[in-house]
Design a protein around this ligand. Structure first.
Ligand code: ZN
Length: 245
């Protein structure tokens, strides 16, 4: 039997959400989180001149896998992929050009794409508006090693306010991973969908900056040495050891 407070909170929640979905571990976990909470969930992804298309393939595989999980059958709706390659040309970084992944004098890694989440959220809000979603969900996370400024909750709050004003409609941006470590993100996946979901994320989600899928580690595929692989591996080990960091 459900508690009265649970029933009330489910009644007051919007029925649908749009998830910013890249095919990585974080956004895959966010998508499962959304499916667990909303009756209708749609996804949006972006082409912005990434050096490899592996993550675009991973998106489709993760979506297909989630659609097979009985708990959320029928909730996963349309997927939209938006071409922002013009933006990628402006925002050239190690993710979109042939540059080494390293720390720069600004204190940010060369993988930082300036303003990426601001652009993504603005474009996503146009789709959300058209599709009748009042909620957008993203995997931004303050605890990432890199401290990308557009991943901080303060930036997301300001963006949420600007979009709501500019659209003259309240849009909320939910960031379920904002204060979680990578280990806690794995634990969240387990609590949402058990080992089937963890296995799906390990097997099909893609995080490696170099776009490598040649070698299968315990935590999934990747080069094993880029910052994204290192973070994912470290989180996995901590999760398996039962520690939060
Ligand atoms: Zn890698």
């Amino acid at each position: 039997m459900r508690l009265y407070s649970e029933v009330m909170s489910s009644l007051s929640k919007p029925a649908s959400a749009l998830v910013l979905f890249s095919g990585g571990q974080d956004s895959a976990t966010c998508l499962a989180w959304a499916l667990d909470r909303y009756e209708r969930v749609e996804t949006i992804g972006f082409h912005y001149g990434q050096r490899h298309s592996i993550e675009m393939e991973a998106r489709l595989k993760v979506r297909a896998g989630l659609d097979q999980l009985e708990a959320w059958a029928g909730r996963l709706g349309e997927d939209y992929v938006i071409d922002l390659s013009g933006y990628g040309a402006i925002a050239e970084s190690a993710l979109t050009a042939d540059r080494a992944i390293e720390m720069e004098s600004s204190g940010l890694p060369s993988t930082f794409v300036p303003g990426r989440n601001l652009v993504f959220l603005t474009v996503a809000s146009a789709l959300a508006y058209r599709r009748g979603h009042d909620v957008m969900i993203g995997g931004m996370c303050e605890t990432d090693f890199s401290g990308y400024p557009d991943c901080r909750r303060e930036t997301i709050d300001a963006t949420q306010q600007a979009l709501s004003l500019g659209l003259d409609r309240t849009i909320s941006i939910e960031t379920p991973l904002m204060f979680l470590t990578k280990s806690e993100t794995w634990s969240l996946a387990e609590s949402l969908g058990g080992s089937s979901l963890v296995d799906l994320i390990v097997e099909e989600s893609h995080t490696c900056y170099r776009g490598e899928r040649g070698h299968r580690h315990d935590w999934g595929y990747g080069c094993g040495t880029c910052p994204a692989c290192e973070l994912r591996a470290k989180g996995w080990e901590a999760y398996k050891a039962g520690v939060p960091a």
